[in-house]
Design a protein around this ligand. Sequence first.
Ligand SMILES: *Cc1c(COP(=O)(O)O)cnc(C)c1O
Length: 388
Amino acid sequence: MQEDNFETLAIRLQTERSQYKEHSVPLYLTSSYKFDDSEEMRALFANEKEGNVYSRYANPNTSELIEKMAALEGAETGWVTATGMAAIFTTFATFLSAGDHILSSRSVFGSSHQLLNGIFPKWNISYTYADLDKKEQWENGIQANTKVIFVETPSNPGIDIIDLEWIGQLAKKHGILLIVDNCFATPYLQQPLKYGADISIHSATKFIDGQGRTLGGVILGSDKLIRQIEGFARHSGPAMSPFNAWILSKSLETLAVRMDRHCESALKVAEFLEAHAKVKQVRYPFLPSHPQYDIAKKQMKLGGGIVTLTINGGVKAAGSFMDKLKMFSISANLGDTRSIATHPATSTHAKLTEEERLQVGIEQGTVRLSIGLEHINDIIADIEQALS
Ligand SMILES: *Cc1c(COP(=O)(O)O)cnc(C)c1O
């Protein structure tokens, strides 16, 4: 077994098994654990001994998922949470105090923007936004109280990309924590910790589950940082359920083959759309027309499963395209086996002003496509008939 082959590791990483020697990872639905005696209970609570105490802290299924995700992304360890937003909130809440400042970009997930914009100000935590592709804005945005740089690459839904190696060096130079939302790429396509990120976060709800069944969040980093996150999470309670951890661990076994197909089909869709007369613009990391194509090629294994297009004719044309789709679902999720179309301006990004939306590449005619695992001919045929 080649330890660094992603597919093999995702399937064969040897984790704990019960006395029944089950072949597949079993499910441990238990809220708490027994101690042999009062001394063992004391030692576990004092962190003098390793073991399970209570499923808000750890459970064999969440521990197994953490071990597998950390191995796949080259992290020392990790933590898992009920949702991707719980992972982002838990990470921020662990490292930020009143008076601190976050440097980020408007090209972040809608709820991440709401955290920075609507929730953290009440604890006197401020933020500044820089454009993902403008280096001087990142350099100038650093303040004496900047504690965290938070980026999402590729971004949702604009598919903007930031050079992770460059921002990693900038963060290091100033002693600032770099946190990367790695949701669109998954550990199979991009490993931010290798480029200097301190923490990599996933919404496991998307491609990691990959089948639209469950919510989940993953935080990966050094043992030192994750122990701090654990200290916050144990007592604030964003825990992932053992059942969801079990589902997500099974999903990791097929992540590589699923991502290969998502990416292969998404590239074909992007190329088809780019050649279509009704399409004004297509954004996909591995299209040579993408402004950060060279950076995408450097830091990503493949281009990902999301293609964003802007149709000539604004909101009416986008609405008519979506309504004509026969196979694609209209849904807010992404990273599913089923192909999905979303209209960001009226759904996920409806809370932004028109000006803010334009800054992140969302026009009224913009549609986000999550390319599923149906046959590529059926995917393209559905898009083609809906555009005609
Ligand atoms: C969906 C998503 C999240 C939030 O994840 P949930 O599991 O829905 O809480 C965060 N970041 C990105 C990029 C996402 O797409």
